[in-house]
Every structure is written in structure tokens, then in C-alpha cells.
Design a protein around this ligand. Structure first.
Ligand code: GDP
Length: 295
């Protein structure tokens, strides 16, 4: 993953820092950096603002007249990459003495149902007692999939017949069931669609208003680049997200989604999906990602 952005970015930075540094060659070289970011599917405005910030710091006398200006420029790029993706608060705000509610949303295929299971597993390891809730009544297969995942993780799954219930009812009843079964967190697996549409958003807003979740998390597929970022913006406009979980970062992603989500939406990536297995969810660390990107 990320091979091409790493190669393009390090080449561009290498071209800047190799020769004698001047304001002119820094500005020229930053054009290459911007190209590398755009090729990695970083949002255009984000790439431009990033390069402007780096340039502004790099062309100052403090850097040009320093002993190792090349190293300083690499440091500036690294810091700006970290700032672009952070800061991140990984906490999931589990409340003592009451049922905490985590609402998971996302487009179909992003990895939402799988990530519900991963999150349940992670919370169990931290001592919580989660319950998964099948709030996607659009696709009967979604309920079955969640049941299988619940069994694999070893957590109860609350579900109702799709034909005789509504997503809000399922979530409300699940809250009661969680109390009875001594679970302190419910994770709502809400419906996804292939594209954002009004009916999807209305359904999610209704659940959000009635259940008042402690956290609303959006699951986004890193492989879809700017589409992931655009969908994050639309979901955040409708729901005020607390965080994004970026899936499939183990795949052949170009890195654009990871680099753009926070800047475009103001919402940090909290966790990253690193594979299909249910233990492959990691806290997202902007500093480690920046290191990885810079090779
Ligand atoms: P949903 O439609 O959003 O609920 O998506 P699913 O949970 O059904 O996941 C869609 C596909 O993506 C499945 O084949 C998952 O195994 C896969 N998937 C989910 N998360 C990851 C991840 O982090 N990495 C990889 N490689 N595959 C993932």
C-alpha cells in the first residue's frame, strides 16, 4: 500500500533538497509535491493548501540559512502531514451505569458490518460488554451477516424480522434488551446504500434523533479515494460525525482518503481497518501514517 505516493513524494522532496536551496527551486519543487499528492487522489484544495503551508515555512531565512535546510524541509513536510490527519482522540466514550450507543453508518460495501464486529471485539478486550444491533432492514442478508459476525466475535446480536419492524424500533428495543442481558454498549449496524440518497439520510437522522448515540462513526473505504471523502462530507453535514473508520488500508490504496478526510470534514479518522479478519482494526495514528507515507 501507499507505494506510489511514497515514491512520488520522496522523489519530489529529494529534488528540492538535493541541490543548493533557493526560494525559486523550493517553489518549483513544491509543484512536484502537489502533483504527487493529486496523483494519490488527495482533494485538490487540500493539496494546494498543504503545499502553500509547507512553502511558506520552507522559504524563510530560518530554513534557508540553517545548517541542514534539506532536513528541515523534510521535517516541515512531516509535521504538516501529521497536522493534516490529526489530532485524533481514540476514546469511545463508554458511560458507566448506562447503555452507551455507537451508531455506525456508511455506504454499502464500505465494510460497515465487518467493522461493527471488529469494534465489538476491541471493546470486549477493553472490558466492555457490547451487543450488535441489526438496524439494516433493507437487505435481509445484512441481518444474517451480522448474526454470523456476532457468533464469531462471541457477542449477542439483537435483530427483528424486517417485515414487521422499523430501524428505529429495532434500536429502541435493542437498548432494552441490552439492559436485560447486562450489555453496556450497543453497536448499531445501520443500512447502507450504493449512493447517498435522501431516504438513507432520513432514516439515519431519525435513528440519531431518537436514540441520541454517544458516538456516530462513519465507515469509509480507503480504496475509493475522493469518493470516500465526498461521502464523509455528506454524512457529516447530515449527522455530525464523531469520527471516521477508514477500512481497507491494507489494500492497494493511494492514500488520498487518509490524507483528505480530516481536512475536508473536520472529523478525524479514529480507526483503520487493516484486513478482513475481525481482529484487524487499529487506532489510526497520524504520525505513523505520515512516517509510512514518507517511507
Ligand atoms: P458493508 O456493506 O459496509 O456492511 O460491508 P461489509 O462489512 O459486508 O464488507 C464488504 C467487504 O469488505 C467484505 O468482503 C469484507 O470482508 C471487506 N472488508 C471490510 N473491512 C476490510 C478491511 O479493513 N480490509 C479488507 N481488505 N477488506 C475489508
Amino acid at each position: 500500500m501507499l507505494e506510489s505516493i511514497t515514491e512520488n513524494l520522496t522523489n519530489a522532496i529529494g529534488n528540492i533538497t538535493r541541490g543548493k536551496l533557493s526560494e525559486g527551486n523550493i517553489r518549483e519543487g513544491m509543484g512536484e509535491v502537489r502533483k504527487a499528492l493529486l496523483e494519490a487522489d488527495v482533494n485538490y484544495d487540500v493539496a494546494k493548501a498543504f503545499c502553500d503551508r509547507v512553502t511558506e515555512q520552507a522559504v524563510g531565512d530560518k530554513v534557508l540559512k540553517s545548517l541542514k535546510p534539506g532536513e528541515q524541509i523534510v521535517g516541515i513536510v512531516y509535521n504538516e502531514l501529521v497536522n493534516l490527519m490529526g489530532p485524533v482522540d481514540h476514546s469511545i466514550a463508554i458511560r458507566r451505569g448506562e447503555t452507551s450507543i455507537i451508531m455506525m453508518c456508511g455506504l454499502q460495501g464500505a465494510g460497515k458490518t465487518t467493522t461493527c464486529g471488529k469494534l465489538a471485539k476491541m471493546l470486549m478486550a477493553e472490558g466492555a460488554k457490547p451487543m450488535l444491533v441489526a438496524a439494516d432492514l433493507q437487505r435481509p442478508a445484512a441481518i444474517e451477516q451480522l448474526k454470523v459476525i456476532g457468533e464469531q466475535v462471541g457477542v449477542p446480536v439483537y435483530w427483528e424480522e424486517a417485515s414487521s419492524s422499523t430501524p428505529v424500533k429495532v434500536c429502541q428495543n435493542a437498548k432494552k434488551a441490552a439492559k436485560q442481558q447486562d450489555c453496556n454498549v450497543i453497536i448499531l449496524d445501520t443500512a447502507g446504500r450504493l449512493h447517498i440518497d435522501d431516504s438513507l439520510m432520513k432514516e439515519l437522522i431519525q435513528i440519531d434523533n431518537k436514540l441520541m448515540p454517544n458516538q456516530v462513526l462513519l465507515v469509509c473505504d480507503a480504496m475509493t479515494g475522493q469518493d470516500a471523502v465526498n461521502s464523509a462530507k455528506a454524512f457529516n453535514d447530515a449527522l455530525e460525525l464523531d469520527g471516521v473508520i477508514l477500512t481497507k488500508l491494507d489494500g492497494d490504496t493511494r492514500g488520498g482518503a487518509a490524507l483528505s478526510v480530516k481536512a475536508v470534514t473536520g472529523v478525524p479518522i479514529k480507526f483503520a481497518g487493516m484486513g478482513e479478519k475481525l481482529d484487524l482494526l487499529e487506532p489510526f495514528h497520524p504520525d505513523r501514517m505520515a512516517q509510512r507515507i514518507l517511507g
